[in-house]
Design a protein. Structure first.
Length: 294
């Protein structure tokens, strides 16, 4: 029964064009903004730091790797959230009553919802990675190594896992599809700011930076950037002072710091796992409470 429930949730998501659209809305916003003006901001910044020494292909590889990292940190949020809309729909249409009266254990339904959201988030993000990664190769001639691809896939799974639990906890409070759609639209719009994609982290006031560094989303974006931009940063900043490289990696959220000290990769991963576990526990607790109220 649990396998059928997983298949049902995944099928419902991909069959609902609105859910798929809202999942990709933030991606479309990012691409549109970069086509219109944001790419010029980064091009001017890098050219100024490197005295216009970079080849066009290298500069394009650097910037597109940065964009791809941000996109992946966004899609794992919006796609898992879209997949969890099934919970709200089942609640509003009283379908959840059927599961309540079935012989399924009390944890089967919420567990299936989280797992199906993880699967959807992973699929959408892997497709985004493959498509945009292919575009980078066609546009610049550079491609990601096997090691970088494997690490990125691992980060996609880690991010989708955390967001499936975190978004599940959030969705567990919604009673209607209208409320879910409204919150999905808000999250899809602001997630680019939270991840430091619309406005680079280093350009924000210190207070805002500190708040964003407490959230897991910026840490996920930073991990993606560390992996996917490793080669492009080496190529771009090999002939400039180390201080210039540090300034770029800090300003554009590749390396996060706290009081001048670099936040290590392990701290970011520990934070992400911590958010996953806490969110999962709270989701199960809240779902059980809501289920008893039905």
């Amino acid at each position: 029964m649990s396998r059928k429930l997983l298949y049902r949730n995944i099928q419902l998501y991909f069959r609902d064009r609105a859910s798929v659209f809202f999942s990709l809305l933030a991606v479309l916003i990012v691409i549109s903004l970069y086509i219109l003006f944001l790419s010029k901001l980064q091009i001017d910044s890098v050219n100024q730091q490197t005295n216009n020494m970079l080849k066009t292909e290298v500069l394009s590889y650097l910037i597109n790797s940065w964009i791809l990292s941000g996109l992946l940190s966004i899609t794992t949020v919006t796609s898992t959230l879209g997949a969890l809309g099934t919970i709200t729909n089942d609640r509003q249409n009283r379908i959840i009553m059927d599961f309540k009266s079935s012989p399924l254990s009390i944890m089967t339904y919420p567990t299936a919802c989280v797992i199906s959201a993880f699967v959807v988030g992973s699929i959408i993000s892997l497709l985004s990675f493959a498509i945009y990664g292919s575009y980078i190769f066609i546009d610049t001639g550079y491609y990601f190594s096997v090691e970088m691809v494997v690490k990125c896939i691992g980060l996609i799974f880690l991010s989708a896992m955390m967001n499936a639990a975190l978004m599940g906890f959030l969705v567990s409070f919604f009673e209607t599809n209208n409320a879910f759609s409204a919150v999905s639209l808000i999250i899809g719009t602001i997630i680019g700011f939270i991840n430091g994609l619309y406005v680079p982290m280093g350009l924000l006031p210190e207070t805002i930076q500190s708040i964003l560094k407490f959230l897991p989303f910026g840490h996920i974006a930073s991990l993606f950037r560390r992996v996917l931009m490793e080669e492009s940063i080496d190529l771009s900043f090999k002939n400039v002072p180390l201080s210039v490289r540090h300034a770029y990696t800090n300003d554009f959220g590749i390396i996060l710091d706290w009081n001048g000290k670099e936040i290590s990769l392990y701290v970011s991963i520990f934070l992400i796992f911590g958010v996953f576990l806490v969110s999962l526990i709270l989701f199960f607790i809240n779902f059980r409470r809501k289920r008893q109220e039905i």
